[in-house]
Ligand binder design. Structure first.
Ligand code: MG
Length: 374
């Protein structure tokens, strides 16, 4: 029997960060995120939740107001459609609004929530598997002096974290100092990511990577473009990850075909939702590419989708996820969803995503789309 979408409600939430956050060697500063949360209702009474939250407006070609403007273009076309037909839903969205993947992610997430609730399965199980181990959460260590960054890593260690993402990408001399101090203090069993967030020129990245002797750590998004990272790849031997350079399946195919990186960061919002992320996951598993799974930002809703998706991937292929919820001061679903336990996430054992935001914490919707608007 066909199920039909009969209402899409959209909320906007400001998410102030607990403290300002610096990326890319201090080029980019963030103090508040703009999140869009939506609920899709159906004629069978099953509802699903989604969230789309870019990391500010300067990090990626994506912004909060753009998500809501994009949803306004698409939403009426989805009324009456079966939310469980995820490929069909995505084709409708792509036809109505080519590109703009970050607009579509929250809708896609809510449809997956409905599909999993309809199947009476936790989302990870509908997505293909529930791997036994909880998923390690990577810390996120803001750019600072070498000692400040080491102190921050230590604070995360004390909370149980074993995977650390240290933000570098300032001047080359200082970056080498930062990385050498952090690497010298690495503990057995830890995984270190040195994430430049696109900041280095190829010659700078080559200098830094070739200065770090005997370290098995990862270097993430050293330069702006895939061409530049390919150049760094040819002249260094450290493992490299691509984060901001992965948007489409074409990007991923190129990364694999040209041997540009051994790891990619699949950020669900950036790639356009779980449907596209799942295709990328399968390509990575088929070609031996390691994955970090995360979203671009958000509350426990986005984090819980990350936890479900990451828990479908065997641990050797997914060393970690990132959690945004602990960095923001707003929680629309207290006590629910994936929560940080000793630096790890586990996907909830409830049907669907397993998160139902409290309406009183969301306030009034900023838009509602129904049969009348279709
Ligand atoms: Mg990164």
């Amino acid at each position: 029997m066909r199920m039909k979408i009969n209402r899409i409600s959209v909320w906007q939430l400001d998410l102030p960060l607990h403290k300002p956050y610096w990326l890319s060697g201090g080029r980019l500063k963030f103090e508040q995120l703009d999140s869009t949360i939506l609920r899709i209702d159906t004629d069978e009474g099953v509802s699903g939740w989604g969230e789309g939250c870019p990391w500010g407006v300067t990090y990626l070609p994506a912004f909060g107001k753009g998500i809501r403007a994009g949803i306004d273009e698409i939403a009426a076309l989805l009324i009456g459609k079966d939310p469980r037909q995820l490929d069909a839903i995505n084709r409708i969205m792509d036809l109505a609004l080519p590109g703009h993947p970050y607009v579509k992610s929250a809708i896609d997430m809510a449809c997956w929530d409905i599909a999993a609730k309809s199947a009476n399965l936790p989302l990870c199980e509908l997505l293909g598997a529930r791997e036994p181990a909880p998923v390690p959460i990577a810390s996120s260590v803001s750019t600072g002096s070498p000692q400040e960054m080491l102190d921050e890593v230590q604070r995360f260690r004390d909370q149980g974290y074993r995977v650390h993402s240290c933000k570098v990408g300032a001047d080359v001399t200082m970056d080498i100092e930062r990385i050498n101090l952090l690497a010298a203090n690495e503990r057995a069993g830890e995984i270190m990511f040195y994430d430049a967030n696109r900041a280095w020129l190829p010659r700078e990245a080559i200098t830094v990577l070739n200065s770090i002797a005997g370290v098995s750590s990862w270097f993430e998004q050293p330069c702006e473009t895939l061409d530049e990272i390919a150049q760094v790849r040819r002249q260094t031997s450290c493992p490299i990850g691509v984060d901001e350079g992965l948007h489409t399946m074409e990007d991923l195919i190129r990364i694999q075909r040209d041997g540009i990186a051994e790891l990619v960061n699949i950020k669900i919002n950036r790639v356009g939702g779980l449907t596209r992320a799942r295709r990328m996951r399968d390509f990575c598993l088929a070609t031996g590419i390691t994955m970090l799974i995360m979203d671009t930002g958000g509350t426990v809703l986005a984090d819980t989708a990350v936890a479900h998706f990451a828990q479908t991937i065997p641990a050797p292929s997914c060393p970690g996820v990132w959690s945004c919820q602990d960095m923001v001061s707003v929680d629309p679903a207290p006590g629910q969803g994936a929560r940080n336990v000793d630096g790890c996430f586990s996907a909830p054992d409830l049907a669907g995503l397993g998160v139902e935001p409290e309406l009183t914490l969301l306030g009034e919707p900023v838009a509602i789309y129904t049969m009348e608007s279709a």
